[in-house]
Design a protein around this ligand. Sequence first.
Ligand code: ADE
Length: 241
Amino acid sequence: DPWTAVVLTLFPGMFPGMLGHSLAGKALADGRWTLEAVDIRAFARDRHGTVDDSPYGGGAGMVMRPDVVSDAIAAHHDPAPGGTGGRRLIYPSPRGRVFDQAMARDWAAGPGVTLVCGRYEGLDQRVIDAWAEKGRLEEVSLGDFVLSGGEPAALVMLDAVVRLLPGVMGAATSLDEESFERGLLEYPHYTRPPVWDGRAVPEVLVSGHHERVATWRLAQAEAITRNRRPDLWARYKTERA
Ligand code: ADE
């Protein structure tokens, strides 16, 4: 079976969105992965399609009802071991563990993911707790900023994962040289013309000397990581020691 993404959302029209283009879109059309956007509103209990309500305790915004959201999850996620093909259950939220390249690799190695997208102030805490306990729901954040909903986060996470699936990236791109696969930021890239606006391409790159090129690139990657991301640099040094 191809790698599967199921997205539970109040805005199914946002999918596949950008994932219908470029590398991910080609791979989707080629059947290397599948995407199903499920409308949470279809699980509403009343004629009006009510999915949210005002927060207990007062305050601004609306909270998504636990009964409606739980029914949507239950219809697409089997918490039994190996259930629903063993897909992970992910809730994009700024309170989650921060998404990184290692998680993208983990997700790509499995059968797929089910992503539950919250809107408004988010989900009722009880549905998060219940599915964390019985369905291994994991909260995952893109970083320390607040989006208006889980949908753009789901699109970003899926982009990072899908490009790692076998056959999605052309042979032209080397995965293991890029950012984070080695724990370093990437070295700079250059193409024609050799001189642009008075700026020349570094001499070593036009030398044709592959070993010197590799050494220069590693030194550049290390310098940029040390200067811009002391956190990544510290970990890189530790892991090499
Ligand atoms: N939903 C709202 N903000 C988010 C974030 N920073 N990461 C993941 N999901 C979100």
